[in-house]
Design a protein around this ligand. Structure first.
Ligand SMILES: CC(C)(COP(=O)(O)OP(=O)(O)OC[C@H]1O[C@@H](n2cnc3c(N)ncnc32)[C@H](O)[C@@H]1OP(=O)(O)O)[C@@H](O)C(=O)NCCC(=O)NCCS
Length: 177
């Protein structure tokens, strides 16, 4: 089932709602993210505003029909001269009440469209916790291919977690299976 949502690029004045949504994500899905709730909850409001100001990034928000933000995803262009054709997709989160309704798919599709507008961007990469099946399946569905697995990439208080590395060309001509 898909629901009516709109997606737009977040601006610095969205930093309060962005912070609130991401903190909810970190607390609801601790193992899905490398950053922890505690690390991010202690960041000052300016840190969140700067995140949305950085011109080498784009952060998208998905809004329901009541204009509440229910999901988000972030793009970060690689910085070194020889890597500026690459962009990383990160900080993907859809609120639990809205999960499984096509919001995540829309966010990744829009992230690809956004990357296509950025000059010189050719490929998109991401990492995902290996046992996070909803996310791994979503990325596979939109054409990301796994190219590696980092064993013990993350060490939590109770376990080591592996991360999968995934990749796809940004071009709309790239045919997904
Ligand atoms: C992963 C996440 C972003 C998916 O968002 P979503 O809006 O629920 O996903 P969608 O409804 O758009 O589903 C798209 C595809 O993802 C896969 N998927 C989504 N939820 C799934 C689930 N619970 N089990 C299996 N596959 C699932 C399916 O392939 C689905 O396609 P289909 O419905 O045609 O089968 C969301 O569950 C979430 O925020 N999880 C917690 C945070 C997280 O894991 N972030 C990613 C960090 S890398």
């Amino acid at each position: 089932m898909s629901i009516g949502i709109s997606i737009r690029k977040l601006v610095p004045s969205d930093s309060g709602i962005y912070r609130a949504l991401m903190l909810r994500g970190y607390s609801e899905h601790d193992s899905a993210f490398t950053s922890t709730f505690e690390e991010r909850a202690t960041k000052l409001p300016e840190w969140w505003t700067k995140r949305l100001q950085d011109p080498t990034t784009a952060t998208l928000g998905a809004f329901d029909t009541g204009d509440s933000m229910i999901g988000t995803v972030r793009l970060e262009v690689f910085q070194r001269q020889r890597e500026r054709h690459k962009i990383n997709l990160a900080a993907m989160y859809v609120m639990r009440d809205y999960a499984g309704k096509g919001v995540g798919r829309r966010l990744v599709d829009e992230a690809l469209n956004e990357a296509r507008k950025m000059p010189g961007i050719e490929t998109m990469s991401l990492t995902v916790t290996a046992d996070n099946l909803p996310a791994v399946r979503l990325y596979g569905k939109v054409g990301f291919l796994e190219f590696g697995r980092e064993t013990r990439a993350v060490k939590t208080a109770t376990a080591y977690l592996d991360k999968l590395h995934m990749w796809r060309p940004v071009s709309a001509d790239y045919v997904t299976q």
